[in-house]
Design a protein around this ligand. Structure first.
Ligand code: C5P
Length: 228
């Protein structure tokens, strides 16, 4: 199989409280995006990386990529106002040779290459594969006034991470259908689920954290052994 990976990196960083978007913050001396890309470059199935970003970062990404990449093709597209639109823009650039499309948040730099490969193998078999971990906290469903309505059985709840890998045709169809009906999801699998696609949860690890809040940057430095 041939994997094309889309890396959305066009978020604004509001929750981080920083002017610099999260993927371009540095941990251990390198940008978070560069860490993330390096992990993917260790996957033999990878043929192409498509990054969605804002205009200001396009040339930086090209020069960074020249330093670290091997034979993998880089494409950079402009991001949209929502993660889903950023990915939709990237989907239009997928090469014909790709059979699998993965989506991976730029801000998850500790993804293990082995787990990417595991998701590819499972997506090939089932249609889709999402990396995740069993929910650690009890999850509550609330109403618009935060009154708890329901406590779903935790043994059936997982926290979805990325990568989320799909057969190319399936993901394309899911994105076209979501666009037609103005459906906005918070991840890629939700778009595939709504058109009836089969998506398998794949157990990953908790080191694959999503750098979102300032505390996550501290944890990232600790994982890299560069924290105090
Ligand atoms: O905002 P959130 O934490 O869900 O962002 C997840 C990933 O999606 C980040 O890597 C972010 O840069 C990216 N993103 C994007 N375009 C947007 C919003 C977020 O590419 N409009």
């Amino acid at each position: 199989s041939k994997l094309s990976v889309i890396i959305p990196a066009a978020g604004s960083g509001v929750r981080m409280g920083s002017d610099i978007p999260k993927p371009f913050l540095k941990v251990g001396g390198r940008t978070i995006l560069e860490h993330t890309i390096s992990r993917f470059l260790e996957v033999p199935e990878l043929t192409e990386i498509i990054i969605a970003t804002s205009k200001d970062h396009i040339s930086d990404i090209h020069s960074m990529f020249e330093r670290i990449s091997g034979d993998v093709i880089l494409k950079v597209v402009e991001g949209g106002s929502k993660r889903q639109f950023s990915i939709y823009n990237a989907l239009k650039e997928i090469s014909d040779e790709a059979t699998l499309v993965g989506v991976h948040d730029a801000v998850r730099p500790f993804i293990r290459p082995k787990l990417i490969i595991k998701c590819c193998n499972i997506a090939e078999e089932y249609g889709g594969a999402v990396l995740g971990v069993p929910a650690k906290d009890t999850i509550k469903q609330v109403d618009d006034k935060n009154v708890i309505k329901e406590t779903p059985d935790r043994s059936f709840l997982w926290q979805a991470q990325t990568p989320q890998v799909f057969q190319k045709k399936l993901l394309r169809k899911a994105y076209e259908s979501a666009l037609e009906s103005d459906f906005i999801g918070t991840d890629d699998a939700s778009l595939v689920e709504r058109i009836g696609g089969k998506v398998q949860m794949v157990e990953g690890d908790r080191e694959n954290l999503k750098i979102t809040y300032p505390v996550d940057l501290k944890i990232a430095e600790l994982i890299l052994g560069t924290g105090q």
